[in-house]
Design a protein around this ligand. Structure first.
Ligand SMILES: Cc1ncc(COP(=O)(O)O)c(C=O)c1O
Length: 331
């Protein structure tokens, strides 16, 4: 449907920074790269039913591609998934199953995955999860992000990637190491769900589960799906991990909205929050070129957009006093 080849645009405010606009993919997130590849594989196997887990964007993407290619799909999401993502799935005709505490509690999430594997082992449906652990074939489609960045901006020194389960990071880092190893790929995680960051920071080899407290949809994955793989990629590629507060992510989202004209969901702004921290602590030095991935669209998470919009007053007029109102608002 035209996924991939997304624009790379320079920041208007921050010198040497570029944004890779993955929210311009057909369903509004980078997940279309995964779903396009994964669904091609599923269809080639003659399968016409998919069962997926999703924080929202994989489900939105799968629902769109399933509608187009006449595949039935059921999508398991957290009961709190943002409205934009839920509506997208249902509007495309996907069956949505909302599960309390899914992707927030490690115990609930593990129980759900165990039942899903039992169900899909019967062979009547394909399991779709945007992670190398479950769908390594589809994740190959995500690697193109690294190739495009190198084509669009060969001189890039740093790439910042938001991390939930870790699959996106693993894909971009792996491909970057293969094609341009001097470019460092960094991982950005919310402080409230620091699976990868904890292990990286403490020199551990295993990912310990956490109870997630982050409100950033898409980045709340409290146990190891691809975080162990992402950790190995991070160490091998020489990038760093950054833990950012939800407040820093919402600030970064505000920056994109107000200063750059980029309409992103919070997870799509997390890389920028990490970049800002890296500039403060010297991981990115003056004059070094960087790219932040903007992974998801503002339409996905209307509540976060509404709180940014509330800071801008709107005005009322009966039409008669318009000149006075115009004078006031343009002052
Ligand atoms: C917008 C957005 N950005 C980043 C991610 C993180 O990807 P991963 O779970 O592969 O780390 C997700 C995952 O759902 C997402 O929806």
């Amino acid at each position: 449907m035209g996924e991939g080849q997304t624009p790379l645009v320079g920041s208007r405010q921050l010198a040497h920074l570029h944004f890779k606009l993955e929210q311009t993919n057909p369903s509004g997130s980078y997940k279309d790269r995964f779903i396009a590849a994964e669904l091609s594989r599923v269809l080639l196997q003659g399968q016409r039913v998919c069962v997926a887990t999703s924080s929202g964007n994989t489900g939105s993407s799968l629902a769109a591609y399933c509608a187009r290619y006449d595949v039935r799909c059921a999508i398991l999401v957290n009961a709190d998934a943002p409205a934009g993502k839920l509506l997208q799935m249902q509007a495309h005709g996907a069956k949505v199953i909302r599960i309390a505490q899914f992707a927030a509690s490690a115990a609930v999430t593990e129980r759900v995955f165990a039942q899903l594997q039992e169900f899909t082992a019967r062979g009547t449906a394909s399991l779709v999860v945007s992670a190398f652990r479950y769908c390594p074939g589809g994740m190959q489609g995500v690697k193109a992000i690294a190739r495009e960045i190198v084509q669009q901006f060969p001189g890039v020194r740093h790439v910042f990637v938001p991390v939930g389960g870790g699959g996106l990071f693993a894909a971009v880092s792996d491909e970057m190491q293969a094609i341009q190893p001097q470019t460092l790929v960094h991982a950005v995680q919310p402080e409230g769900c620091p699976t990868l960051w904890n292990a990286w920071r403490n020199g551990l080899d295993r990912i310990a589960p956490v109870e997630s407290t982050t409100r950033i949809s898409g980045l709340s994955v409290p146990f190891d799906i691809d975080a162990g793989l992402a950790l190995r990629m991070l160490r091998q590629g020489g990038g760093q991990a950054f833990a950012v507060s939800d407040g820093e992510v919402f600030d970064a989202q505000r920056h994109l909205l107000r200063r750059e004209g980029i309409y992103a969901e919070p997870a799509g702004a997390a890389a920028l929050a990490g970049y800002r921290q890296a500039c403060r602590n010297g991981a990115v030095r003056e004059g070094e070129a960087a790219v932040c991935l903007v992974t998801g669209h503002g339409f996905k998470d209307p509540a976060s957009i509404a709180s940014a919009a509330e800071e801008t007053p709107s005005y009322h007029s009966d039409g008669g006093d318009l000149l006075a109102v115009l004078e006031e608002v343009t002052r």
